[in-house]
Unconditional design. Structure first.
Length: 287
């Protein structure tokens, strides 16, 4: 099953088009995409039984963030060994957790404004929670996942790294800095949910390429550790970390510039495409 946010309405997507969920369910489920996660089990059962829905062709440019207003957004740093190595960091003994604030979420296509000349890319698998998780063991963690989607943890490195300690959450939460999409794909749609190809390119040049089986802390391990501390609620999202190849670790350093095109993909899940434009300049200020 694949669900998406089409012009602000929840839809099921198929190769031939999209079915509007509110209309197909005769109002049983609301049009608001975020509302479905509170009734995920009921919705998933209904959707899998749905036969021959009315489909409409659609332009993918109309798709928005499939989980547009989560209560909690978690992000994991240094979760691929090669990414830790390129940054000169040791492997973390526990997941390095920060947040990306929900106002930074945007859809799978469009333009992102650059607040500085030091914005970096980070392709990531994003997990969407479908069932409340409290003290869940890794063996049963996937039972609490609605699905996965592609994401970018765009990072303004100057703001992120100014001072000590660094400001990860603020540096990664400018408007448009958390693109996700194009759809949420349920785990049963994937041949191997724990081993997906992930990558991104800048102006057609591949800059990141890996597999999610290389994660230090797998999706089940992340859910186990996070849910041991606080509840994960339906509709929450988790950015699971990025592999090596980020621009800031290169020599010389490389960052996104106006006119650049960033494409991000995860096998079996989908592709993001964003262009960049100069925005109002952000000046770092320290106390």
């Amino acid at each position: 099953m694949r669900i998406a946010n089409l012009d602000g309405r929840l839809v099921l997507t198929y190769p031939d088009g999209a079915a509007d969920v509110e209309r197909a369910s005769d109002g049983r489920f609301a049009a608001a995409p975020q509302a479905v996660f509170a009734r995920w089990d009921e919705f998933a059962d209904w959707a899998r039984r749905l036969r021959a829905p009315l489909l409409e062709p659609f332009d993918p440019c109309r798709l928005r963030a499939p989980a547009p207003s989560p209560s909690q957004v978690f992000a994991i740093g240094l979760n691929y060994a090669d990414h830790a190595a390129e940054g000169g960091m040791p492997l973390p003994p526990e997941p390095a957790v920060f947040t990306k604030f929900p106002t930074s979420l945007t859809g799978p296509n469009g333009e992102v404004k650059l607040p500085t000349a030091t914005v970096d890319w980070e392709a990531e698998l994003v997990v969407v929670i479908g069932r409340r998780a409290v003290d869940v063991d890794a063996e049963h963690a996937w039972d609490h996942v609605a699905g996965v989607t592609a994401g970018q943890d765009l990072s303004e490195r100057t703001r992120q790294l100014v001072g000590s300690p660094p400001q990860f959450s603020i540096g990664k939460s400018f408007p448009g800095f958390s693109p996700i999409g194009p759809e949420i794909v349920t785990p049963d749609e994937l041949a191997d949910r724990d081993d997906l190809e992930i990558g991104c390119s800048v102006n057609g040049e591949v800059v990141q390429h890996a597999r999610t089986s290389d994660l230090i802390f797998s999706v089940p391990a992340l859910i186990e550790r996070l849910s041991a501390i606080l509840p994960l609620t339906p509709g929450d999202i988790v950015f699971t970390g990025t592999p090596s190849g980020v621009g800031h670790a290169r020599s010389p350093k490389r960052h996104l510039a106006p006119g650049d095109v960033l494409e991000t993909w995860i096998s079996g899940v989908g592709r993001l495409r964003h262009t960049f434009a100069e925005g109002p300049r952000h000046v770092s200020r320290t106390a």
